[in-house]
Design a protein around this ligand. Structure first.
Ligand code: NAD
Ligand code: MLT
Length: 312
């Protein structure tokens, strides 16, 4: 029998193809520590994760029959990919299924931040009727800078245009033709940082994007700039963002992802009334979770059946 371990919550509806296969046993065991995973991983041919499980080299060392690790989502930064490659373990992701959900979440965060909706809601629950504190800003005619114009960045650009925003974008693979077709202005990172009213990042977290927005970039920004990160913690340097919030340079921030997750109970980002925080919810819709589970299950099945597959 082929054995598959699902170690994070992944939609059962989406996993259908794997669950239906007669020669495959799928077991769901979530919330395991690294040591607990090491103790059982030798029993499995495939491991399916979302972002909670950190798939370390040590786990793979114990996974003597492991052939494939499937990530139900985009980012594979919770998987030690070089260690997997060294051991001949295939790493797969599901890059398409949560694009729209994450773009919509980014937009929800942008509007929440601009109109102070979470803060106003909390005030109402406290029994107040305060209409002065929660005066916001419009998106219309504002400049949105997008760093990373891939799947999610592109969908964010389209939504921003529908709200009357001017979109500037930087992506190393953006061609002038594509920028033209999307009606975005192709810029350098520095040009965006200087000109934007809102800045949103949609890159992977890799060596080149770690601290892409740091002290230097905050120093160049317009006073009153608003910052979003629904991609990965560490693309924006949190320490620098905190300083820019303290100085008033940054008028608002909306964050879904953090340098360390879960966010610490006493984290300094929680002290600002103009910061909107969500706990890594970008892909958390019913639709996205079914989509990514279907996609990853299909590809994992192909690996297990020795068929051609698409990898991360
Ligand atoms: P994608 O691969 O389609 O797009 C990423 C883009 O970043 C690419 O176009 C790439 O060329 C560009 N890029 C690479 N290096 C860059 C650099 N140095 N500067 C600027 N751009 C650069 O990926 P995607 O599906 O759009 O996902 C984007 C990010 O969102 C990833 O980090 C992913 O993990 C994250 N994500 C988060 C959530 C969430 O729940 N918050 C959900 C889905 C995806
Ligand atoms: C992703 O990279 O797909 C996101 O982090 C979404 C997730 O799985 O939580």
């Amino acid at each position: 029998m082929i054995r598959v371990l699902v170690s994070d919550p992944i939609s059962e509806q989406g996993l259908g193809k794997l669950l239906e296969a007669e020669d495959i046993v799928v077991e769901k065991k979530t919330g395991l520590s690294e040591d607990e995973l090491c103790a059982i991983i030798a029993e499995y041919d495939a491991l399916l994760v979302r972002s909670q499980t950190k798939v370390t080299a040590k786990i793979m060392e114990h996974g003597t029959r492991l052939r494939v690790i499937g990530r139900a989502g985009v980012g594979v930064d919770n998987i030690d990919v070089p260690a997997a490659t060294q051991r001949g373990i295939v790493v797969l992701n599901a890059p398409d299924g949560n694009t729209i959900s994450t773009a919509e979440h980014t937009f929800a965060m942008m509007i929440s931040m601009a109109r102070k909706i979470p803060q106003a809601y909390a005030s109402i629950l406290r029994g107040e009727w305060d209409r002065k504190t929660f005066v916001g800003v419009e998106l219309n005619n504002k400049v949105l800078g997008i760093l990373g114009l891939g799947r999610i960045g592109t969908e964010v650009a389209k939504r921003a245009q529908a709200f009357g925003m001017k979109v500037l974008a930087y992506d190393p693979f953006l061609t002038p033709q594509r920028a033209n077709a999307l009606d975005v202005q192709q810029c350098t990172v520095d040009e965006i940082v200087v000109a934007a009213d809102f800045i949103t990042v949609h890159t992977p977290l890799i060596k080149e994007t770690k601290y892409l927005i740091s002290e230097r970039e905050f120093g160049m920004m317009k006073d009153g700039v608003r910052i979003l990160n629904c991609a990965r913690g560490g693309i924006i340097k949190e320490e620098a963002l905190i300083e820019a919030l303290k100085s008033g340079k940054v008028a608002g921030a909306a964050l879904d992802v953090y340098e360390e997750e879960p966010l610490a109970k006493e984290h300094p980002l929680k002290q600002f009334p103009n910061v909107v925080l969500t706990p890594h919810l970008g892909a958390s819709t019913e639709e996205a979770q079914i989509n990514v589970a279907i996609d990853v299950a299909e590809e994992v099945l192909k690996v297990l059946r020795d068929e051609p597959f698409r990898n991360a």
